[in-house]
Design a protein around this ligand. Structure first.
Ligand code: SF4
Length: 737
């Protein structure tokens, strides 16, 4: 509902306020947009939003500048023979793309077409449905997701333990007595895989009511500054978690009744822990044995506790095992599905059930062609893309559609990916900017932003600390000649003779001229789901129309539900299935791994999220990126002294895979000795001028996409704990000047 709030004397059109939600990050904060004549006057936090409760960060509040950015691509662009772009009509772009795709399909088959999904798709239900639908209709195994850079292990563990990739427990921080926060910095990131409104305040609430928050991180991050901090060596998380569990089981602190009641296959835990040595784990994690023991005892003894882990533990070589052990820690201490513990959220559209019914969830139903990675949720890992492009044979990747992503910067071994992209027969990018990726494309097809399209938080509704429902129409008219991602995919699909949908009968319906829209499908899912109105049979229930007409979000409950385990499980026995061979293999691999630092590359580099940055984007607007912004490498004073680095020095970082130059060193005891931190997502090229001008170095010039360096069960890239060496470039710069 739109409420007029005032009249402008110079114009008869009123300003109107509209309650929406932010589509930048996983917080999905409620916003109020003030609009006049289709101009966005301002965005402000929605004080009435049930989850975010009046919070919004600078990124969301500044997003109008992205929508109005003069560097934004506003018309379809086609690459010319000299490499420049010319504007073309949608009809021309789509027809030519259709012709070229059909020619590729004719020779190489539909399985030669690839799709790449960026994070923005997670806030765009139409794109999400059409992307998976296109991949299903094409029967291609080349569906790649940015999730395989940071979170595939989550999907895998959820599939095996709970029966669905998309059923992910979230920490009940609002009611917990003890929060263990591993490798996450929610004060800066605002949370991931946990849609906790006012994340920082909610964590502060734990200590305010006498509880504890312990942050495990190689860096005394902005979150660690506020709470207890236990430094850990990069990629030491699996060791720490295994050692904590060892203490809990050896000392009889496990909740065996809960294990008996909620799980099957719990015998695996003692099998896995038997060979774990606390001394070895302590060495690997860099945490004294006594500290591990005390942490384990305190966690187990807390009236309620939740262990939450994110990027620091999900982008290393043992990401899957780390996530598994994290869940086991929550489960074995009796904290699953109880207040203050590890809980299942209450989405207003039961996406988990819908995906399960459509058989869209799974693990290891097929393997990738070149590297033999198991699929995760129907996707293949990003690390394999270059080899899938360059390795001849049936199923070779020949054409790629990249939707809302910048893998030429965000993926490991980014330079190798760029080289491989040049070998494609066709590269299509759906992007609002000319980025490092889209500048290589044959066609750039500009999509709407989340301010210009209908939306509901399809992804984050499944992780929301305060269950709520919200569905909004477009806030503003689309600028220029941009179109919704879903429309673009549907138009391309039409031209290659498919319907971008993977439900039974979808292709047949397409032959009859029927193409159900994503909003229709989602509305049916909502109306026939647990919160739905059953097409009038339950008048108090929800529908798309009802939500679109509602001003703001509707609160469904005060907090996370508990006691719902049996209802939420998709496993056959309705219990958490703990015993899978992959976890035994991974524990053996961990125990056999070396955690000694390579003497040629004696330091360990981790990536760092910054408050005003969102991976590789939001880098082109002055409200978020000031002109004199500098990318800084953080280094401990001991390491700085050892390697001759002074504050402000330009620094060269070398890994076995590449070399970059970082503008400045920042010497700080926030770092654990032996580890370095560098903001990622920088070092831009292309047509987004401010992003290019601020410079910086590309973190992923130092990483590798080698299959054996990834998290093997999930194929997730290892982009944390990179072995590097450094040297000051102070003298080089002085000589040059
Ligand atoms: S925290 Fe995330 S969702 Fe909230 S306003 Fe900021 S960017 Fe948007």
């Amino acid at each position: 509902m739109i409420a007029p709030i005032m009249n402008n004397k110079r114009s008869s059109s009123p300003r109107i306020d509209k309650k929406i939600f932010c589509g930048v990050c996983e917080s999905s904060c409620g916003l109020v947009a003030t609009i006049k004549d289709d101009d966005l006057i301002k965005l402000r936090p929605d004080p009435d939003h049930p989850n975010s409760k009046g919070f919004a960060c600078s990124k969301g509040l500044a997003f109008g500048a992205v929508r109005d950015d003069s560097d934004r691509v506003l018309h379809p662009l086609k690459r010319t023979d000299d490499g420049s772009f010319v504007a073309v009509s949608w009809e021309q772009a789509l027809d030519e793309i259709g012709e070229r795709l059909n020619a590729i399909i004719k020779v190489h088959g539909r399985e030669s077409i690839g799709l790449y999904q960026g994070n923005s798709v997670a806030w765009n239900f139409g794109a999400f449905l059409n992307l998976f639908g296109m991949a299903g209709a094409l029967k291609t195994k080349h569906l790649y997701s940015a999730a395989s850079i940071d979170i595939n292990g989550y999907w895998l563990v959820s599939q095996l333990l709970y029966g669905s990739n998309f059923l992910n427990p979230v920490p009940d921080i609002a009611r917990t007595d003890f929060m263990l926060c591993i490798g996450a910095n929610p004060v800066v990131s605002h949370g991931s895989m946990a849609n906790i409104g006012r994340f920082r305040d909610t964590m502060l609430g734990v200590t305010a009511r006498g509880g504890r928050v312990v942050v495990i991180d190689p860096r005394r991050s902005e979150t660690a500054e506020l709470f207890e901090h236990l430094p850990i060596r990069p990629n030491g998380d699996a060791w720490l978690l295994a050692a904590m569990l060892k203490v809990i089981f050896d000392e009889g602190l496990a909740d065996l009744a809960a294990l008996q009641r909620q799980t099957s296959g719990s015998e695996i835990i003692t099998d896995l822990l038997a060979p774990v040595s606390l001394a070895q784990a302590s060495d690997a994690a860099g945490i004294p044995v006594a500290d591990i023991q005390q942490l384990a005892r305190d966690f187990a003894a807390a009236p309620s506790a939740c262990a939450y882990g994110r990027c620091g533990m999900s982008i290393g070589p043992f990401a899957t095992l780390s996530k598994y052990l994290l869940d086991v820690l929550n489960i074995a201490t009796g904290n699953l599905d109880r207040e203050g513990g590890w809980c299942f959220a209450r989405p207003f559209i039961d996406l988990e059930a819908l995906m399960h019914q459509l058989k869209s969830t799974g693990y290891d139903r097929w393997r990738t062609r070149v590297d033999g990675f198991p699929e995760v949720a129907g996707t293949a890992p990003v690390v394999s893309i270059p080899r899938e492009i360059t390795t001849p044979g049936k199923g070779q990747l020949r054409a790629m559609m990249v939707i809302g992503a910048n893998p030429a910067t965000s993926s490991p071994a980014a330079g190798e990916l760029r080289d491989a992209f040049k070998q494609l027969d066709l590269l299509i990018s759906q992007d609002i900017y000319i980025t490092e990726t889209s500048r290589m494309a044959d066609y750039i097809l500009p999509p709407t932003t989340w301010l210009e399209r209908e939306g509901f938080p399809i992804f984050t509704q499944s992780h929301s600390g305060v269950p709520h429902a919200q569905w909004v129409g477009p806030t503003l008219k689309a600028r220029g000649d941009v179109r919704d991602d879903a429309w673009i995919m549907d138009e391309i699909s039409k031209r290659i003779g498919i319907v971008p949908a993977d439900f039974p009968g979808a292709q047949l319906l397409g032959k009859l001229g029927l193409r159900p829209s994503p909003s229709f499908l989602m509305d049916v899912g909502l109306r026939t789901g647990p919160e739905g109105d059953w097409f009038g049979l339950r008048p108090s229930g929800l529908s798309r129309k009802k939500l679109l007409n509602n001003d703001g979000a509707i609160k469904l409950a005060n907090g996370l539900p508990t006691g719902v385990l049996n209802k939420r499980m998709f496993t056959k026995d309705k219990k958490v299935n703990l015993d899978h061979a992959v976890f035994r293999t991974e524990m053996a691999r961990l125990l056999a791994s070396s955690f000694a630092q390579d003497e040629n590359y004696p330091l360990s580099l981790i990536s760092q999220r910054e408050l005003r940055s969102q991976n590789t984007w939001l880098h082109n607007i002055s409200k978020l990126v000031v002109a004199d912004r500098v990318q800084r490498l953080r280094i401990h004073p001991t390491d700085a002294a050892r390697y001759g680095i002074e504050e402000g020095d330009p620094v060269e970082i070398s890994s076995p895979y590449g070399q970059i130059r970082v503008p400045e060193a920042r010497i700080s005891d926030e770092m654990m000795p032996g580890s370095l931190a560098l903001p990622h997502g920088w070092g831009h090229e292309g047509g987004w001028q401010r992003a290019v001008a601020v410079g910086g170095a590309g973190y992923n010039q130092l990483t590798t996409n080698r299959a054996d360096s990834a998290d093997l069960p999930s194929g997730n890239a290892t982009v944390n704990g990179i072995s590097v060496r450094i040297r000051s470039l102070r003298d080089v710069v002085e000589m040059a000047s």
